[in-house]
Design a protein around this ligand. Structure first.
Ligand SMILES: CC[C@H](C(=O)O)C(=O)SCCNC(=O)CCNC(=O)[C@H](O)C(C)(C)COP(=O)(O)OP(=O)(O)OC[C@H]1O[C@@H](n2cnc3c(N)ncnc32)[C@H](O)[C@@H]1OP(=O)(O)O
Ligand SMILES: [Co+2]
Length: 134
């Protein structure tokens, strides 16, 4: 079912500092910041040869990242995103096997303009998993 690792997401308390650390100190290629109000985040991607890092900064009152940063003030790895060929088929199989699909269970359009879903961290080794339609 899961395919390529699309990105590893890091929640950050200071987006500019994170961008400077990765672009100036690590010499990485970073994108401009993009607000994603539907997800309550501002996103910057670090483009790597074999995958991406997704910096997440809270946007708005009910951001899931705000909650995460309250518990992890220095920031940290927030989720991993795998690509799937058919996100609806993947969702239905996962639900049939008892995995918790977060939100209302319907995919939302993510940062790559593709449908995404999230799976509860408690069902996958304490790690929040995002699935993105390949
Ligand atoms: C533009 C979209 C972009 C993209 O790539 O396309 C994105 O990736 S958007 C990313 C932001 N969106 C989301 O994260 C949506 C899914 N997240 C959620 O539904 C919640 O954040 C949830 C359910 C993971 C956690 O909700 P909340 O923080 O309200 O719950 P708790 O604090 O009560 O936590 C419950 C339990 O889970 C543990 N937890 C919370 N967040 C994480 C995490 N990121 N990784 C691992 N574990 C996590 C938390 O510690 C609690 O555990 P406990 O043992 O009970 O303390
Ligand atoms: Co993501």
């Amino acid at each position: 079912m899961i395919g390529r690792l699309n990105h590893v997401a890091i929640a950050v308390p200071d987006l500019n500092a994170a961008v400077a650390q990765y672009s100036d100190v690590l010499g990485a290629e970073v994108t401009e910041a993009v607000d994603q109000p539907d997800h309550g985040v501002t996103v910057v991607f670090v483009n790597l040869p074999n995958t991406k890092i997704e910096f997440l900064y809270p946007l708005g009152e009910n951001s899931p990242i705000g909650n995460f940063l309250e518990k992890n003030p220095a920031g940290g790895i927030h989720h991993i995103c795998y690509e799937v060929d058919d996100i609806i088929a993947a969702r239905d199989k996962l639900k049939a096997e008892g995995a918790r699909v977060l939100g209302d269970g319907e995919p939302k359009i993510g940062a790559h303009n593709k449908p995404v879903l999230f799976l509860h961290p408690k069902d996958f080794c304490g790690t929040l998993v995002e699935l993105e339609q390949a």
